[in-house]
Design a protein around this ligand. Structure first.
Ligand SMILES: Cc1cc2nc3c(=O)[nH]c(=O)nc-3n(C[C@H](O)[C@H](O)[C@H](O)COP(=O)(O)OP(=O)(O)OC[C@H]3O[C@@H](n4cnc5c(N)ncnc54)[C@H](O)[C@@H]3O)c2cc1C
Length: 398
């Protein structure tokens, strides 16, 4: 039976090591847990009979919902079309008073407020890695992302190798459409199996239906907020070409006297893990959620203006070699600008900017969510004043 705990400190579940308590908290190991948790949240309304009924007799409450649903459908079938109420009767019960649901993966892209969250936090731990064929695999949302990458690289399959070392879970990888070193997870996703919180049913979304874009997907839009990711089906390539084009990777090859043709997929992963270790904070020592901001995408006119401020700034057209790009626009390396504006290594009490990477906001130990937000507001204002660009957080805030 699903166990719902109260007042669980969320800081321990995030890589920022920041965040107050969750009013309710449940670990989700399978679809049935998820269904029960959503029903619990829907039944919630302070001091209501329904809430206590669902809390203390979950099985009986579920039966009650099924019977309610059956009779609603029956009575609906007797009504004229215009009178029909939604056939999703179960999902409507108590919805206006239901507890907000927050889905938690590895907590590596989250900033949670110091006050915590007044809702039900679902910690996704749905496991399972099932190979459907030599190159197609179904993976539970709660699997650790990098464990999956390791497995695919071990099998010599191409597609995920440049996404090595990214923290977090498989479920969240499609929410954020994680990307690194020229790779995006969306290019290897076949289908995403989701749980629909409104209908309590399982659906399968094709890659196209996921509407992937740069750090974006249907799941981050109003339309997709009803979905919780259960499983992801990946299609990997048995043959492929490694992308070793990035500056850090090229430097590694040069320093280690390696030619590109001497690098196989396992070596590529090893190099990327090395490069990342050298460039990013050690999560055992420093709290962070990785790059705090999205890279701004601007038109040619804005780019020319920024080039005047920062003539040596690299940039690239995002419609070149990128499946999910917007035609004619340019991605700006915000880190370069922040470095130029003096933010790299900046310290503000317990929080600051990492000394090796100016997009990375860090918690040095006792930082609070409000400290991070203050620092982020200062940076956002500075960039706006100097370039006219509105920068947006990449990190999700609760
Ligand atoms: C050191 C460091 C380096 C990083 N490097 C990169 C990088 O190179 N590239 C990159 O793209 N990202 C990077 N990130 C960001 C982060 O690792 C990814 O965004 C990752 O996918 C987040 O996974 P998570 O499981 O921790 O998600 P969480 O932080 O737990 O959640 C993130 C969002 O996804 C939602 N969510 C989680 N699981 C589910 C689910 N099953 N169903 C529905 N919604 C869900 C949450 O509600 C939340 O909105 C980095 C982070 C750190 C700390």
């Amino acid at each position: 039976m699903l166990s719902i705990q109260e007042n669980i400190l969320l800081a321990d579940y995030t890589t920022f090591k920041i965040g107050g308590p969750a009013r309710y908290f449940a670990v989700i190991k399978n679809e049935e847990d998820l269904k029960q948790a959503v029903i619990f949240a829907r039944a919630y309304s302070k001091n209501s009979f329904r809430f206590y009924f669902s809390r203390f007799c979950p099985k009986a409450y579920k039966k009650f919902l099924e019977i309610f649903s059956y009779f609603s459908k029956f009575f609906n079938s007797l009504r004229t079309k215009s009178e029909k109420i939604s056939s999703k009767a179960v999902s409507q019960i108590g919805s206006e008073k239901s507890l907000p649901i927050y889905v938690l993966g590895g907590g590596s892209n989250l900033l949670i407020s110091d006050e915590g969250v007044d809702g039900l936090v679902l910690k996704m731990e749905i496991k399972g890695v099932t190979w459907m064929s030599e190159s197609q695999v179904i993976v539970g949302a709660g699997e650790v992302w990098d464990d999956l990458v390791e497995k695919t690289v071990e099998k010599g399959l191409y597609g995920l190798e440049n996404l090595s070392g990214i923290p977090g879970t498989v479920g969240a990888s499609v929410i954020q459409n994680i990307e690194a070193y020229g790779a995006e997870v969306s290019r290897s996703v076949e289908t995403v199996e989701v749980f629909n919180k409104e209908t309590l049913e399982i659906e399968n979304l094709t890659n196209e239906q996921c509407n992937f874009n740069y750090r974006q997907s249907i799941f981050k839009t109003e339309k997709g907020k009803k979905y919780i990711v259960l499983k992801v089906i990946f299609n990997l390539a048995k043959q492929g070409k490694l992308n070793l084009e990035y500056k850090d990777v090229k430097n590694y090859l040069k320093e280690n006297n390696l030619r590109e043709d001497q690098v196989d997929i396992k070596k590529a992963r090893e190099i990327l893990l090395f490069v990342r270790r050298n460039k990013l904070p050690d999560l055992e020592q420093i709290g962070t959620a990785g790059s705090f901001f999205k890279l701004p995408v601007v038109d040619s006119e804005t780019l020319s203006y920024i080039k005047e401020i920062s003539p040596d700034m690299p940039h690239y057209r995002i419609d070149i070699g990128c499946k999910t790009s917007i035609q004619g626009e340019h991605k700006i390396p915000l880190g370069h600008l922040l470095e130029q504006f003096g933010w790299k290594g900046y310290k503000d009490g317990n929080v600051g900017i990492f000394e090796k990477h100016s997009l990375i906001v860090v918690n040095h130990g006792y930082g609070k969510s409000k400290d991070i937000k203050n620092l982020v507001a200062k940076i956002t204002k500075d960039v706006k004043e100097k370039t006219g660009i509105d920068i947006e957080p990449e990190v999700v805030m609760w």
